[in-house]
Design a protein around this ligand. Structure first.
Ligand SMILES: [Zn+2]
Length: 386
């Protein structure tokens, strides 16, 4: 029967049945996403995160992908959330809000909340709207709940970036503005950020590979020792910043390795492989062991020159390619110099044996070589491997 010909009560009854069906389907999708994440299937298919996979492979919008991944993660951590989702006491949006609050709360306290604390928070959001949930979170932890980051395009060439930051950072920005004030007109915040980003990129990107330096080699005038302000390559750089921001954004919903990553980020050299199968003591005494005639394994050391060659050849992008679909990752996030044949298996630091991989594909490569069980133990820590 045509929908328009249904009686009022039939119309309502059937709509409610469809909504129940829709909700059931969504819960099924969450289950499937959990297994996809567990198998790192998104990485195998050439995506640098589950978030990117959900948008580009499954066709979800940014917010729909985020809600589903957040809900899936929280159900993984506290199975009681699934029961409440089924009963309708919470929904995807409020679960996603809760996950975001937990993540920020844990980051601000530098420790994980225990199951009891999470269950308590779950009970706080029961039968509440998003607005009511936000109010509850503000009551519990005003500083954390008000943290909000936002990046949205406002035109083809411009984006709006909104962040909540500490007053110390504001002071630093003012200090920088004062330092630069004798040279230029008063710099806007956006100009200050661009200077900071350029300086950071100049320091972090291997020398001789940044777009401005390439331009310099092609007849530019600026001295290399001067800070590089990429006015000439603004469009290109803007894209790069957006990529990086986007990746960070994606990371918010990819917290499986968050704590591990935070630890490793501190002082992590771009040239270091993230997962090393030599024991710590061996690494610490690498200098000595290099000289020792007893050591058989090749050195992990990669010269600056070699790094530059690899970086240039791989165009500063992850080179992982899905063997099935031929999709190439091309992420610029957390790039690492990957030994194709690992050092632990006597792979050497040569141009042929090195490639650029993002952190996700570095992990996938290690899983493929060393096995998921060993890698999960390594990534998640003893006792947490699944
Ligand atoms: Zn990648």
């Amino acid at each position: 029967m045509e929908i328009s010909n249904l009686s009022d009560s039939d119309l309502l009854g059937r709509t409610k049945a469809l909504v129940r069906e829709e909700s059931k389907m969504t819960q099924n999708v969450l289950e499937y996403l959990r297994v996809i994440e567990l198998r790192r299937l998104y990485a195998k298919r050439g995506y640098s995160s589950l978030f990117e996979f959900c948008m580009k492979e499954l066709g979800y919008s940014e917010s729909s992908a985020q809600r589903r991944i957040s809900a899936m993660r929280i159900i993984k951590n506290i199975p009681e959330a699934k029961v409440k989702l089924q009963s309708g006491e919470v929904n995807l949006s409020t679960l996603s809000q809760l996950q975001s609050f937990i993540r920020k709360e844990e980051a601000s306290k530098s420790r994980r909340l225990n199951t009891e604390q999470k269950l308590e928070l779950l009970s706080v959001i029961e039968n509440k709207s998003q607005r009511e949930c936000q109010k509850e979170f503000v009551k519990l932890s005003p500083e954390v709940a008000k943290q909000k980051e936002n990046l949205r395009p406002v035109s083809e060439k411009l984006s709006e970036l909104r962040v909540v930051t500490s007053n110390e950072l504001v002071k630093k920005l003012e200090e920088l503005r004062n330092l630069l004030s004798h040279k230029n007109k008063t710099n806007t915040l956006a100009e200050l950020l661009e200077i900071i980003f350029d300086l950071a990129l100049d320091k972090l990107v291997p020398k001789g590979t940044s777009a401005a330096e390439v331009k310099l080699k092609q007849g530019g005038e600026r001295e290399l020792s001067q800070p590089i302000i990429h006015n000439q390559v603004q469009g290109q750089h803007q894209g790069q910043h957006q990529d990086q921001y986007q990746d960070q954004y994606q990371d918010q919903y990819h917290d499986q390795y968050q704590y591990q990553d935070q630890g490793q980020d501190q002082g992590q050299d771009q040239g270091q492989d993230q997962y090393q199968y030599q024991d710590q003591s061996q690494d610490q005494h690498q200098g000595q062991s290099q000289k020792s005639p007893l050591v058989q394994k090749p050195s992990r050391y990669i010269s600056v020159r070699l790094k530059r060659e690899v970086y240039q050849r791989d165009e500063g992008k992850c080179q992982y390619t899905d063997p099935l679909t031929k999709r190439k990752c091309e992420s610029r996030h957390k790039l690492q110099y990957e030994h194709i044949i690992p050092v632990a298996l006597n792979g050497e630091a040569t141009l042929k044996n090195l490639t650029l991989y993002c952190a996700v594909h570095n992990q996938l490569a290690a899983v493929n070589i060393f096995g998921a069980k060993k890698m999960n133990k390594h990534i998640l820590g003893p006792g947490q491997a699944k």
